[in-house]
Design a protein around this ligand. Structure first.
Ligand code: SAM
Length: 394
Protein backbone atom coordinates (compact mmCIF):
# COMPACT_ATOMS: atom_id res chain seq x y z
CA UNK A 1 0.00 0.00 0.00
CA UNK A 2 1.32 3.46 -0.93
CA UNK A 3 0.52 6.55 1.18
CA UNK A 4 1.25 9.95 -0.30
CA UNK A 5 2.14 12.56 2.32
CA UNK A 6 2.15 16.33 2.15
CA UNK A 7 2.47 19.24 4.54
CA UNK A 8 0.74 22.41 3.37
CA UNK A 9 -0.14 25.98 4.30
CA UNK A 10 -1.91 28.41 1.97
CA UNK A 11 -1.31 26.44 -1.21
CA UNK A 12 -4.59 27.09 -3.04
CA UNK A 13 -2.75 28.04 -6.24
CA UNK A 14 -0.91 24.75 -6.67
CA UNK A 15 -2.48 22.04 -4.49
CA UNK A 16 -4.88 20.77 -7.15
CA UNK A 17 -2.05 20.27 -9.63
CA UNK A 18 -0.09 18.23 -7.08
CA UNK A 19 -3.06 16.08 -6.04
CA UNK A 20 -4.21 15.41 -9.61
CA UNK A 21 -0.72 14.18 -10.51
CA UNK A 22 -0.65 11.46 -7.83
CA UNK A 23 -4.30 10.62 -7.22
CA UNK A 24 -4.69 7.54 -9.43
CA UNK A 25 -1.48 5.89 -8.24
CA UNK A 26 -1.69 5.98 -4.43
CA UNK A 27 -4.01 4.39 -1.88
CA UNK A 28 -4.38 7.33 0.50
CA UNK A 29 -3.19 10.94 0.74
CA UNK A 30 -2.24 12.31 4.15
CA UNK A 31 -2.26 16.10 4.29
CA UNK A 32 -1.15 18.04 7.36
CA UNK A 33 -2.35 21.63 7.24
CA UNK A 34 -0.26 24.08 9.27
CA UNK A 35 -2.96 26.79 9.48
CA UNK A 36 -4.13 27.79 6.00
CA UNK A 37 -6.34 30.84 5.67
CA UNK A 38 -6.98 30.42 1.93
CA UNK A 39 -8.94 27.65 0.13
CA UNK A 40 -6.29 24.94 0.68
CA UNK A 41 -8.39 22.90 3.13
CA UNK A 42 -11.50 23.06 0.92
CA UNK A 43 -9.52 21.85 -2.09
CA UNK A 44 -7.89 19.05 -0.07
CA UNK A 45 -11.14 17.56 1.27
CA UNK A 46 -12.74 17.59 -2.18
CA UNK A 47 -10.55 14.53 -2.97
CA UNK A 48 -11.94 11.22 -1.58
CA UNK A 49 -8.56 9.71 -0.80
CA UNK A 50 -7.40 12.72 1.25
CA UNK A 51 -7.16 12.47 5.04
CA UNK A 52 -6.68 16.01 6.32
CA UNK A 53 -5.22 16.83 9.75
CA UNK A 54 -4.70 20.25 11.32
CA UNK A 55 -1.41 20.64 13.13
CA UNK A 56 -0.11 24.23 13.57
CA UNK A 57 3.24 24.56 11.80
CA UNK A 58 5.89 23.80 14.46
CA UNK A 59 8.49 25.96 12.60
CA UNK A 60 10.36 22.80 11.74
CA UNK A 61 9.80 21.06 8.42
CA UNK A 62 11.14 17.69 9.58
CA UNK A 63 8.78 17.55 12.58
CA UNK A 64 5.76 18.42 10.44
CA UNK A 65 6.70 15.90 7.73
CA UNK A 66 7.12 13.20 10.39
CA UNK A 67 3.64 14.12 11.69
CA UNK A 68 2.34 13.16 8.24
CA UNK A 69 4.27 9.87 8.13
CA UNK A 70 2.90 8.94 11.59
CA UNK A 71 -0.66 9.26 10.27
CA UNK A 72 -0.01 7.13 7.18
CA UNK A 73 -1.06 3.48 7.08
CA UNK A 74 0.89 2.48 3.93
CA UNK A 75 4.10 0.48 3.99
CA UNK A 76 5.56 2.85 1.38
CA UNK A 77 5.51 6.66 1.63
CA UNK A 78 5.57 9.03 -1.33
CA UNK A 79 6.36 12.60 -0.27
CA UNK A 80 5.78 15.73 -2.28
CA UNK A 81 5.58 19.47 -1.68
CA UNK A 82 2.51 21.39 -2.80
CA UNK A 83 4.47 23.36 -5.40
CA UNK A 84 5.64 20.12 -7.03
CA UNK A 85 3.99 17.42 -9.07
CA UNK A 86 4.94 14.08 -10.60
CA UNK A 87 4.68 13.07 -14.24
CA UNK A 88 2.52 10.07 -15.04
CA UNK A 89 5.62 8.04 -16.05
CA UNK A 90 7.14 8.64 -12.62
CA UNK A 91 3.94 7.61 -10.90
CA UNK A 92 3.47 4.54 -13.11
CA UNK A 93 6.94 3.34 -12.07
CA UNK A 94 6.10 3.22 -8.34
CA UNK A 95 4.28 -0.11 -8.49
CA UNK A 96 7.44 -1.64 -10.00
CA UNK A 97 9.82 -0.03 -7.49
CA UNK A 98 8.00 -1.55 -4.49
CA UNK A 99 8.65 -5.06 -5.84
CA UNK A 100 12.45 -4.63 -5.82
CA UNK A 101 13.51 -6.20 -2.51
CA UNK A 102 16.98 -4.69 -2.56
CA UNK A 103 16.02 -1.03 -1.94
CA UNK A 104 13.97 0.63 0.78
CA UNK A 105 14.32 4.24 -0.45
CA UNK A 106 14.41 5.98 -3.82
CA UNK A 107 15.56 9.43 -4.84
CA UNK A 108 14.10 11.18 -7.89
CA UNK A 109 15.61 13.90 -9.99
CA UNK A 110 14.01 17.28 -9.27
CA UNK A 111 13.65 19.83 -12.05
CA UNK A 112 12.94 23.31 -10.73
CA UNK A 113 11.16 25.86 -12.89
CA UNK A 114 10.59 29.49 -11.89
CA UNK A 115 8.00 31.28 -14.00
CA UNK A 116 8.42 28.52 -16.59
CA UNK A 117 12.22 28.74 -16.78
CA UNK A 118 14.24 25.62 -15.88
CA UNK A 119 16.75 26.91 -13.36
CA UNK A 120 18.76 23.74 -12.67
CA UNK A 121 19.77 22.83 -16.18
CA UNK A 122 23.23 21.67 -15.10
CA UNK A 123 22.84 20.86 -11.39
CA UNK A 124 21.53 17.44 -10.43
CA UNK A 125 19.07 17.71 -7.56
CA UNK A 126 18.18 14.24 -6.25
CA UNK A 127 15.47 14.17 -3.56
CA UNK A 128 14.60 11.05 -1.56
CA UNK A 129 10.82 10.96 -1.88
CA UNK A 130 9.75 7.31 -2.02
CA UNK A 131 10.68 5.17 0.97
CA UNK A 132 9.49 2.53 3.40
CA UNK A 133 7.34 3.85 6.22
CA UNK A 134 9.90 3.21 8.99
CA UNK A 135 12.02 6.11 7.60
CA UNK A 136 11.78 9.57 9.18
CA UNK A 137 12.93 13.12 8.48
CA UNK A 138 15.76 14.69 10.42
CA UNK A 139 16.15 18.48 10.64
CA UNK A 140 19.22 20.63 10.44
CA UNK A 141 19.82 22.94 13.40
CA UNK A 142 17.29 25.64 12.46
CA UNK A 143 14.67 23.30 11.03
CA UNK A 144 14.67 24.76 7.51
CA UNK A 145 16.17 21.88 5.62
CA UNK A 146 15.70 18.24 6.39
CA UNK A 147 16.84 14.86 5.12
CA UNK A 148 15.37 11.43 5.23
CA UNK A 149 17.03 8.86 7.53
CA UNK A 150 16.43 5.27 8.60
CA UNK A 151 16.75 3.46 5.25
CA UNK A 152 19.42 0.86 4.53
CA UNK A 153 19.69 0.94 0.76
CA UNK A 154 18.93 4.05 -1.31
CA UNK A 155 18.70 4.07 -5.11
CA UNK A 156 18.67 7.22 -7.26
CA UNK A 157 16.32 6.95 -10.23
CA UNK A 158 15.98 8.67 -13.53
CA UNK A 159 12.42 9.70 -12.61
CA UNK A 160 11.35 13.31 -12.38
CA UNK A 161 9.86 15.55 -9.75
CA UNK A 162 8.57 18.75 -11.33
CA UNK A 163 9.09 21.70 -9.02
CA UNK A 164 7.19 24.51 -10.64
CA UNK A 165 7.18 27.85 -8.86
CA UNK A 166 6.25 31.41 -9.54
CA UNK A 167 8.66 34.14 -8.52
CA UNK A 168 6.03 35.51 -6.13
CA UNK A 169 5.73 32.11 -4.37
CA UNK A 170 9.49 32.18 -3.88
CA UNK A 171 9.19 35.39 -1.88
CA UNK A 172 6.58 33.73 0.36
CA UNK A 173 9.00 30.82 0.96
CA UNK A 174 11.87 33.23 1.65
CA UNK A 175 9.83 35.07 4.27
CA UNK A 176 8.94 31.81 6.01
CA UNK A 177 12.65 30.83 6.11
CA UNK A 178 13.61 34.25 7.49
CA UNK A 179 10.90 33.89 10.16
CA UNK A 180 12.47 30.56 11.06
CA UNK A 181 15.86 32.17 11.69
CA UNK A 182 17.54 32.05 8.27
CA UNK A 183 19.56 35.24 7.68
CA UNK A 184 17.71 37.46 5.13
CA UNK A 185 19.80 39.12 2.41
CA UNK A 186 21.01 42.69 2.92
CA UNK A 187 18.25 45.26 2.95
CA UNK A 188 15.39 43.09 4.29
CA UNK A 189 14.04 43.67 7.78
CA UNK A 190 10.79 43.05 9.61
CA UNK A 191 8.83 46.24 10.26
CA UNK A 192 5.44 46.09 12.07
CA UNK A 193 5.30 42.35 11.46
CA UNK A 194 5.86 42.66 7.69
CA UNK A 195 9.06 41.82 5.79
CA UNK A 196 10.10 45.08 4.15
CA UNK A 197 12.88 45.98 1.79
CA UNK A 198 14.70 48.97 3.26
CA UNK A 199 17.83 49.11 1.15
CA UNK A 200 19.43 52.51 1.31
CA UNK A 201 20.82 54.39 -1.66
CA UNK A 202 24.27 54.13 -0.08
CA UNK A 203 24.71 50.69 -1.64
CA UNK A 204 24.45 52.18 -5.12
CA UNK A 205 27.27 54.67 -4.56
CA UNK A 206 29.86 51.99 -5.30
CA UNK A 207 28.46 51.29 -8.80
CA UNK A 208 30.57 52.83 -11.53
CA UNK A 209 28.69 55.50 -13.44
CA UNK A 210 27.97 59.16 -13.91
CA UNK A 211 25.08 59.97 -11.61
CA UNK A 212 25.93 62.21 -8.64
CA UNK A 213 24.57 61.48 -5.20
CA UNK A 214 21.83 64.19 -5.26
CA UNK A 215 20.86 63.02 -8.75
CA UNK A 216 20.49 59.44 -7.53
CA UNK A 217 18.28 60.70 -4.75
CA UNK A 218 16.19 62.72 -7.21
CA UNK A 219 15.73 59.69 -9.48
CA UNK A 220 14.76 57.55 -6.51
CA UNK A 221 12.27 60.10 -5.13
CA UNK A 222 10.77 60.71 -8.56
CA UNK A 223 10.26 56.97 -9.12
CA UNK A 224 8.43 56.88 -5.81
CA UNK A 225 5.98 59.54 -7.04
CA UNK A 226 5.05 57.88 -10.34
CA UNK A 227 1.48 56.60 -9.92
CA UNK A 228 1.24 52.84 -9.34
CA UNK A 229 1.04 50.69 -12.46
CA UNK A 230 2.28 53.43 -14.81
CA UNK A 231 5.22 52.78 -17.10
CA UNK A 232 8.70 54.10 -16.40
CA UNK A 233 11.38 53.92 -19.13
CA UNK A 234 15.07 54.56 -18.70
CA UNK A 235 17.44 54.85 -21.65
CA UNK A 236 21.16 54.44 -20.92
CA UNK A 237 21.93 52.19 -17.97
CA UNK A 238 25.64 51.41 -18.26
CA UNK A 239 26.46 49.58 -15.01
CA UNK A 240 23.10 50.29 -13.41
CA UNK A 241 23.86 53.29 -11.19
CA UNK A 242 20.81 55.31 -12.26
CA UNK A 243 18.73 52.17 -12.97
CA UNK A 244 19.13 50.91 -9.40
CA UNK A 245 17.94 54.24 -7.97
CA UNK A 246 14.87 54.14 -10.22
CA UNK A 247 14.10 50.45 -9.62
CA UNK A 248 14.39 50.89 -5.84
CA UNK A 249 12.19 54.00 -5.88
CA UNK A 250 9.49 52.26 -7.94
CA UNK A 251 9.77 49.31 -5.50
CA UNK A 252 7.41 46.97 -7.28
CA UNK A 253 4.57 49.43 -7.87
CA UNK A 254 5.43 50.13 -11.54
CA UNK A 255 6.76 48.33 -14.58
CA UNK A 256 10.23 49.82 -15.26
CA UNK A 257 12.04 49.12 -18.55
CA UNK A 258 15.72 49.96 -18.93
CA UNK A 259 16.98 50.14 -22.49
CA UNK A 260 20.65 50.02 -23.49
CA UNK A 261 22.86 48.39 -26.09
CA UNK A 262 25.34 47.83 -23.25
CA UNK A 263 28.00 48.47 -25.91
CA UNK A 264 28.78 52.07 -24.90
CA UNK A 265 28.26 55.09 -27.14
CA UNK A 266 30.54 54.83 -30.17
CA UNK A 267 31.42 58.54 -30.02
CA UNK A 268 32.25 58.69 -26.29
CA UNK A 269 35.83 57.63 -25.53
CA UNK A 270 35.08 56.96 -21.86
CA UNK A 271 32.87 54.09 -23.05
CA UNK A 272 35.72 52.31 -24.83
CA UNK A 273 36.01 49.76 -22.04
CA UNK A 274 32.82 48.22 -23.43
CA UNK A 275 35.02 46.74 -26.18
CA UNK A 276 36.80 44.54 -23.66
CA UNK A 277 34.54 44.38 -20.60
CA UNK A 278 31.10 42.84 -20.34
CA UNK A 279 29.13 45.90 -19.20
CA UNK A 280 25.82 44.05 -19.27
CA UNK A 281 27.16 41.39 -16.87
CA UNK A 282 28.32 44.14 -14.54
CA UNK A 283 24.89 45.80 -14.76
CA UNK A 284 23.14 42.52 -13.83
CA UNK A 285 25.53 41.87 -10.98
CA UNK A 286 25.08 45.38 -9.54
CA UNK A 287 21.30 45.32 -9.80
CA UNK A 288 21.14 41.89 -8.17
CA UNK A 289 23.41 43.03 -5.32
CA UNK A 290 20.74 45.47 -4.12
CA UNK A 291 18.13 42.72 -4.04
CA UNK A 292 16.36 43.52 -7.32
CA UNK A 293 15.19 40.73 -9.61
CA UNK A 294 15.42 41.49 -13.32
CA UNK A 295 13.31 40.12 -16.16
CA UNK A 296 13.94 40.45 -19.88
CA UNK A 297 11.40 42.63 -21.68
CA UNK A 298 9.52 40.52 -24.18
CA UNK A 299 6.15 42.09 -24.89
CA UNK A 300 3.32 44.08 -23.37
CA UNK A 301 1.36 43.89 -21.08
CA UNK A 302 3.87 44.06 -18.25
CA UNK A 303 3.80 43.29 -14.57
CA UNK A 304 5.04 45.77 -11.97
CA UNK A 305 8.59 44.46 -12.29
CA UNK A 306 12.06 45.57 -13.40
CA UNK A 307 12.78 44.77 -17.04
CA UNK A 308 15.79 45.21 -19.30
CA UNK A 309 15.72 45.57 -23.08
CA UNK A 310 18.96 45.08 -24.97
CA UNK A 311 18.92 47.23 -28.09
CA UNK A 312 19.22 50.58 -29.79
CA UNK A 313 16.82 53.11 -28.25
CA UNK A 314 15.77 54.35 -31.70
CA UNK A 315 14.67 50.83 -32.67
CA UNK A 316 13.25 49.90 -29.26
CA UNK A 317 10.93 52.91 -29.41
CA UNK A 318 8.91 51.19 -32.18
CA UNK A 319 7.72 48.65 -29.64
CA UNK A 320 6.00 51.27 -27.47
CA UNK A 321 2.47 52.57 -27.92
CA UNK A 322 1.88 56.30 -28.24
CA UNK A 323 1.04 58.00 -24.93
CA UNK A 324 2.07 54.98 -22.87
CA UNK A 325 5.09 56.21 -20.89
CA UNK A 326 4.52 58.08 -17.61
CA UNK A 327 8.17 58.89 -16.95
CA UNK A 328 11.11 58.77 -19.36
CA UNK A 329 14.67 59.31 -18.20
CA UNK A 330 17.09 59.72 -21.11
CA UNK A 331 20.80 59.16 -20.54
CA UNK A 332 21.62 57.30 -23.76
CA UNK A 333 23.83 58.27 -26.69
CA UNK A 334 24.44 62.02 -26.40
CA UNK A 335 25.01 62.73 -30.09
CA UNK A 336 21.52 61.45 -30.89
CA UNK A 337 19.63 63.27 -28.13
CA UNK A 338 17.51 65.20 -30.68
CA UNK A 339 16.49 62.12 -32.69
CA UNK A 340 15.65 60.30 -29.47
CA UNK A 341 13.51 63.17 -28.19
CA UNK A 342 11.60 63.24 -31.47
CA UNK A 343 11.07 59.50 -31.41
CA UNK A 344 10.10 59.23 -27.74
CA UNK A 345 7.98 62.39 -27.24
CA UNK A 346 4.87 60.84 -28.91
CA UNK A 347 5.21 57.91 -26.47
CA UNK A 348 4.76 60.19 -23.46
CA UNK A 349 1.47 60.30 -21.59
CA UNK A 350 -0.26 63.69 -21.63
CA UNK A 351 0.47 64.15 -17.94
CA UNK A 352 3.89 62.45 -18.15
CA UNK A 353 7.34 63.54 -17.13
CA UNK A 354 10.13 63.81 -19.70
CA UNK A 355 13.61 64.06 -18.23
CA UNK A 356 17.24 63.53 -19.13
CA UNK A 357 20.79 63.79 -17.94
CA UNK A 358 23.80 65.98 -18.81
CA UNK A 359 22.09 69.32 -19.18
CA UNK A 360 25.39 70.81 -18.08
CA UNK A 361 28.22 69.04 -19.83
CA UNK A 362 30.70 69.51 -22.63
CA UNK A 363 28.20 68.20 -25.21
CA UNK A 364 26.73 71.71 -25.66
CA UNK A 365 24.33 70.59 -28.31
CA UNK A 366 22.24 68.76 -25.67
CA UNK A 367 20.87 72.11 -24.44
CA UNK A 368 20.32 73.24 -28.02
CA UNK A 369 18.48 70.04 -28.96
CA UNK A 370 16.22 70.37 -25.93
CA UNK A 371 15.44 74.06 -26.39
CA UNK A 372 14.72 73.62 -30.09
CA UNK A 373 11.79 71.47 -28.96
CA UNK A 374 10.45 72.74 -25.62
CA UNK A 375 11.04 74.77 -22.48
CA UNK A 376 12.21 72.90 -19.48
CA UNK A 377 10.68 73.39 -16.04
CA UNK A 378 13.33 72.27 -13.56
CA UNK A 379 17.01 71.39 -13.34
CA UNK A 380 18.40 69.17 -10.58
CA UNK A 381 22.18 69.25 -10.82
CA UNK A 382 22.46 68.06 -14.42
CA UNK A 383 19.02 66.46 -14.77
CA UNK A 384 16.56 68.49 -16.86
CA UNK A 385 12.83 68.08 -16.37
CA UNK A 386 9.87 68.79 -18.61
CA UNK A 387 6.27 68.31 -17.52
CA UNK A 388 4.41 67.29 -20.66
CA UNK A 389 1.35 69.32 -19.59
CA UNK A 390 3.52 72.28 -18.65
CA UNK A 391 2.46 71.83 -15.05
CA UNK A 392 3.47 69.47 -12.29
CA UNK A 393 0.72 66.86 -11.86
CA UNK A 394 2.37 64.29 -9.58
C1 SAM B 1 26.27 57.89 -19.94
S1 SAM B 1 25.95 56.18 -20.06
C2 SAM B 1 24.64 55.95 -18.93
C3 SAM B 1 25.04 56.17 -17.52
C4 SAM B 1 24.07 55.68 -16.49
N1 SAM B 1 22.77 56.30 -16.61
C5 SAM B 1 24.64 55.89 -15.10
O1 SAM B 1 23.88 56.28 -14.19
O2 SAM B 1 25.79 55.60 -14.87
C6 SAM B 1 25.21 56.09 -21.66
C7 SAM B 1 24.68 54.71 -22.02
O3 SAM B 1 24.00 54.80 -23.27
C8 SAM B 1 24.14 53.55 -23.94
N2 SAM B 1 23.88 53.73 -25.37
C9 SAM B 1 24.68 54.24 -26.32
N3 SAM B 1 24.09 54.23 -27.51
C10 SAM B 1 22.88 53.68 -27.32
C11 SAM B 1 21.79 53.40 -28.19
N4 SAM B 1 21.84 53.68 -29.49
N5 SAM B 1 20.69 52.83 -27.65
C12 SAM B 1 20.62 52.54 -26.34
N6 SAM B 1 21.61 52.80 -25.48
C13 SAM B 1 22.73 53.36 -25.95
C14 SAM B 1 25.59 53.19 -23.63
O4 SAM B 1 25.78 51.80 -23.83
C15 SAM B 1 25.74 53.64 -22.20
O5 SAM B 1 25.51 52.57 -21.31
Amino acid sequence: MISACMIVQDEEECLKRALDSIYDYVDEIIIIDGGSVDKTREIAVSYDKVKLFDIPFPKNFATQKNNAIEKASGDWILFLDADEYYDSYTMAALSGLVTIEEYDAYAFSRKTFIDGRLINLFDQDYQTRFFRSHCRYEANEIGISEKIVGYTNLQSCNLDIKHYKKEQWQQKDNELYWDMGHQPPAGWSKIDGKWTYTQSLDDIQSFEGWMSEPELKWLHDTAKKVPAGELIVEIGAWMGRSSAAIYLGASGKNPVITIDTWQGSPDEPEHNIAQTEDIFAKYCENIKSVGITLAEFESFPLENKCYYLVGDSLEAVERFLDKSVAWLFYDGRHTTTGENLDAWMPKMKDDGLLTGHDYFCFYEHIQQEIHKRFWIHEIHNSIWVKYMKNERLW
